[in-house]
Design a protein. Structure first.
Lengths: 180, 127
């Protein structure tokens, strides 16, 4: 029987979540599964549809609940942005192209992406994903229909480049998040 | 208010949409994506109006939006180009471009702008 907690903190979620749905489960996650027509039995017979995030010292395959929740939030954001129509900003902004949405969705769902970003639309037909640290270091990818622009700021040093390979994004993110 | 030129001491107000989200609650500032606009960054000049009057006007036309501002002087320090763009229904309207010939503000400049703006009101979802 699922127990639904309205405002869970990640430290009380079972660390094998969501394979074990007998523990405390976030209402938002259940809601997402239901809307995606995935029921709890799905996880009794099938593995989580992606490689889980490894965490903890025992090196067992576990997922990070906070990252899972953020991923779900990000997928919801992408869904919402995909439904925006022309003039969504009341000043004539265009709806987003399917390819742009797909590019971002693929990135967010990539099993190698260990750290979920913040996602924002822009007013120039692109979506922006970003990571920001308290020390001011910053990593941003602006994803268009046919190109990806990167801005990286580490120790106040700016690097801008055009990204041609999606794998390069993941590598760059993982490196950035491991830099102190 | 000079209809042809924005003085350095003028304040430029930018609305922050609530849905979709442009606010970063952890950093208490808008994302730089707020300043990436292919039509130029749409702002309102203060035009010697009281801040409360401006806030009320934005709330009327864009309910639930947040509001931030930056001075024209700061815009110019960022090497951007604020220009008057009065509309039939809004004589205070202006835009921030990258230069006299380029509209799009580069990512690094948009990033700096997002850090320099002063927030008057956060979007409704975060109040």
């Amino acid at each position: 029987m699922l127990q639904i907690k309205e405002n869970p903190t990640t430290d009380i979620l079972p660390d094998i979540f969501p394979w074990s749905l007998e523990g405390v489960v976030d209402a938002k996650i259940i809601d997402y599964f239901q809307r995606q027509e995935i029921d709890e039995n799905h996880f009794l017979t099938k593995p989580w549809p992606e490689k889980p995030l490894a965490m903890g010292s025992d090196n067992k395959s576990r997922i990070n609940p906070a990252q899972t929740l953020k991923k779900i939030n990000n997928l919801e954001t992408i869904d919402e942005v995909s439904q925006l129509t022309d003039n969504w900003d009341l000043e004539g902004a265009s709806a987003f192209k399917e390819k742009t949405i797909l590019n971002v969705r693929n990135l967010i769902q990539n099993p190698s992406l260990k750290y979920q970003p913040d996602i924002f639309p822009t007013f120039r037909d692109s979506l922006q994903i970003e990571y920001e640290k308290r020390n001011g270091d910053y990593l941003e990818f602006e994803i268009f229909e046919n190109q990806i622009m990167m801005l990286k700021i580490v120790n106040e040093r700016e690097t801008k480049s055009l990204i041609l390979n999606a794998n390069k994004i993941i590598t760059t993110i993982n490196e950035f998040m491991h830099e102190s | 208010m000079n209809p042809d030129f924005i003085e350095n001491e003028e304040i430029l107000y930018r609305a922050i949409p609530d849905n979709p989200n442009f606010w970063k609650p952890s950093f208490n500032k808008p994302t730089s994506a707020l300043f990436k606009d292919k039509r130029g960054v749409s702002v309102d000049r203060d035009g010697d109006r009281k801040p409360q009057e401006i806030e009320i006007k934005f709330e009327l036309y864009k309910p639930g939006y947040g509001l931030c501002y930056i001075s024209a002087c700061k815009c110019r320090e960022l090497q951007t180009y604020p220009i008057p763009k009065p509309l039939e229904k809004n004589k205070y309207h202006a835009e921030i471009h990258y230069s006299t010939t380029k509209i799009l503000i580069p990512s690094n400049v948009a990033r700096k702008m997002s850090s320099l703006v002063i927030t008057v009101k956060v979007p409704q979802s975060y109040r």
